[in-house]
Write a protein that binds this ligand. Structure first.
Ligand code: TYD
Length: 216
C-alpha cells in the first residue's frame, strides 16, 4: 500500500481556515477518499492538555522559547501517535496548522531564530513534512473582522495568542508571505478574500495536481 498524502492548512487567525477545512473534507470524502482531519496544537490527549496550557491566560508570563517547545512537544506526540500511523495506512491526512505555524508565530512573530525553530521542529516531526501546505492569504483588516465575528458568534474573548493584537497579527500575515517564498515547492498561497466556494475549488485543484505528480 502506498503512503497517504499529507496536507497542512495554514494562515493567520481569522483567515477562514476552519470553514474551508470542513468544505474540503466533505468534498474529498465525496470523492471516495479515506481522510483523517486533525489539528494543532492538539490532536492527541497529551496535545489537547498542551493546547489548553498554550491558549489559556494561566501562564501569561510564558517565555517565547517555552512556547515554541510546547508547540513542538504537542507536534511530536501528534506525529508519532496519529499522523505517521495514518499515513502508513494510506490515509489522506489533513492537518489544521503544522510546522509553518511555529515558523511564523514563534519564529517571525516572536523573533526567535528561524533556524532554531526549524531545527527543534525537525526533531519533533521525525522528518515527516507535508506534501503540500495550503496557506490562506488575507489582509490584516479581513483577519481582524473575521476574528471579531467569530468571537461575537461564540460569545468568547480572544485566547492568549489572539490577545497579542494587531501588531502581532500584522507580523503573522507578513510572515506567511515570507515563508511561502522560502518553501515554494511545498507551500501554495490561496487568496482567501474571495467567495468560499471558489477558494474550495482552488484547493481541490491543487490537491489533484499533487496527486497527479505523485502518480507520475
Ligand atoms: P486555534 O483556536 O486553533 O486557532 P485557529 O482556529 O486560527 O487555527 O488556536 C491556535 C493558536 O495557536 C493560533 O493563534 C495559532 C497558534 N499557534 C502557534 O502560535 N504556533 C503553532 O505552532 C501552532 C500550531 C499554533
Amino acid at each position: 500500500m502506498s503512503r497517504g498524502l499529507f496536507i497542512s492548512l495554514e494562515g493567520p487567525d481569522g483567515c477562514g481556515k476552519t470553514t474551508q477545512a470542513q468544505a474540503l473534507l466533505r468534498e474529498l470524502r465525496l470523492q471516495g477518499k479515506t481522510v483523517l482531519f486533525t489539528r494543532e496544537p492538539g490532536g492527541t490527549a497529551l496535545g489537547e492538555v498542551i493546547r489548553d496550557i498554550l491558549l489559556s491566560y494561566r501562564h501569561a508570563n510564558m517565555c517565547s522559547r517555552a512556547e515554541m517547545l510546547l508547540y513542538a512537544a504537542s507536534r511530536a506526540q501528534h506525529v508519532e501517535e496519529v499522523i505517521l500511523p495514518h499515513l502508513r495506512d494510506g490515509t489522506f491526512v489533513i492537518c489544521d496548522r503544522f510546522i509553518d505555524s511555529s515558523l511564523v508565530y514563534q519564529g517571525l512573530g516572536l523573533g526567535l531564530p528561524l533556524t532554531d525553530v526549524y531545527g527543534v521542529n525537525l526533531v519533533a516531526v521525525q522528518g515527516c513534512l507535508p506534501d503540500l501546505t495550503v496557506t490562506f492569504r488575507v489582509s490584516v483588516a479581513s483577519a481582524c473582522a473575521r476574528l471579531r465575528a467569530k468571537q461575537a458568534e461564540t460569545a468568547s474573548g480572544p485566547d492568549r495568542i489572539e490577545a497579542r493584537g494587531i501588531p502581532y497579527l500584522t507580523k503573522v500575515v507578513a510572515g506567511y508571505g515570507q515563508l511561502a517564498a522560502m518553501f515554494p515547492e511545498r507551500i501554495v498561497e490561496i487568496d482567501a478574500e474571495r467567495d468560499p466556494a471558489s477558494v474550495t475549488r482552488d484547493i481541490i485543484e491543487k490537491i489533484h495536481t499533487l496527486e497527479r505528480s505523485v502518480k507520475a
